[in-house]
Design a protein around this ligand. Structure first.
Ligand SMILES: Cc1cc2nc3c(=O)[nH]c(=O)nc-3n(C[C@H](O)[C@H](O)[C@H](O)COP(=O)(O)OP(=O)(O)OC[C@H]3O[C@@H](n4cnc5c(N)ncnc54)[C@H](O)[C@@H]3O)c2cc1C
Ligand code: FES
Length: 256
């Protein structure tokens, strides 16, 4: 484990985005200054034994703060959502590889659920770098919509907000002029990433997906977070570690 990546971080801001999701800012200049989109942190969750992983949602390098969004789904996320300002916890990060969109002029970012947090960080980084960015996000319904911007293509399953349907209905509205210079980056539930990868493949676009396996150590040691990727060996696949070898993978390499 890279001990330089272990920090004591302090909660400095907190807001609720909807009934079960909050947006937290932690002071940690090293993480704020070095994190790249697609990387994550592994944070101690109060009395819960193992740290919990969260994609980095934004950074403020000047103030030395990084942000995460936390949807409450169990004990760990519930305890994190109850942290008060000033709470100090242990944190590993930034972890994982992040998105490599360096060689592309046009980036299509697409996300759903808590995937919109890493997508937000990618959007901020890419727009600051002057890249041509299109964002398409999907939610179940209007009450679930978070971190949305007017320029984003928005879809909802029930159609009470934005385009009715999945993100694929939104992606279909995008005019792709130069596939060789366009990349798709996707973070969301597995069925969504599988569908987006198939959509991108049909348009001959490279598609990066960020897998969110359940994790324990977050540092490549325990092997509990494996992802199956294609391989030339007898099985046709091999297991790699989501936390260390990912979480971002080329969608065409993943065994869906
Ligand atoms: C790389 C990565 C990035 C992530 N980014 C975010 C993020 O930005 N915001 C966010 O809110 N969550 C994110 N998650 C998911 C988050 O880590 C889990 O929701 C959290 O660990 C659950 O902890 P818990 O103690 O509250 O729930 P538990 O009691 O451990 O589990 C409660 C329920 O959540 C499910 N669950 C737990 N972990 C995961 C997971 N990794 N994927 C899908 N379902 C899970 C369990 O199967 C169970 O049904 C990310 C996960 C990974 C691996
Ligand atoms: S969580 Fe331990 S190896 Fe990935």
């Amino acid at each position: 484990m890279d001990l330089k990546k272990e920090y004591r971080i302090k909660l400095v801001s907190k807001e609720f985005l909807n009934s079960d999701t909050c947006y937290l800012g932690f002071e940690c200049p090293d993480i704020a200054n070095t994190a790249v989109p697609g990387q994550f942190v592994n944070i101690s969750a109060g009395t819960v034994f193992l740290k919990r992983p969260f994609g980095i949602a934004s950074t403020d390098k000047e103030k030395g703060i990084f942000y995460i969004g936390v949807k409450v789904v169990g004990k760990g996320t519930s305890e994190i959502s109850l942290f008060g300002i000033g709470t100090e916890v242990d944190c590993l990060g930034p972890l994982g590889n992040g998105f490599d969109f360096e060689d592309y002029d046009n980036v299509i970012l697409t996300g759903g659920g808590t995937g919109v947090f890493p997508i937000n960080f990618a959007y901020e980084t890419l727009t600051a770098a002057g890249k041509n960015v299109t964002v398409c996000e999907g939610f179940r319904n209007a009450s679930q919509v978070i971190l949305n911007k007017p320029s984003y293509i928005l879809t909802t399953d029930c159609g009470d907000c934005g385009i009715k349907g999945t993100v694929i209905a939104g992606l279909d509205t995008i005019d792709i002029t130069d596939p060789s210079k366009t990349i798709v980056c996707c973070v969301g539930p597995i069925p969504m990433m599988k569908a987006v990868n198939a959509w991108a493949s049909g348009k001959e676009l490279k598609c990066l997906v960020s897998m969110e396996q359940r994790m324990a150590c977050g540092a490549g040691i325990c092997l509990c977070c494996t992802v199956k990727v294609k391989d030339d060996g007898p099985d046709g696949y091999k297991n790699v570690r989501c936390c260390k070898d990912g979480p971002v993978f080329d969608g065409k390499e993943v065994v869906w």
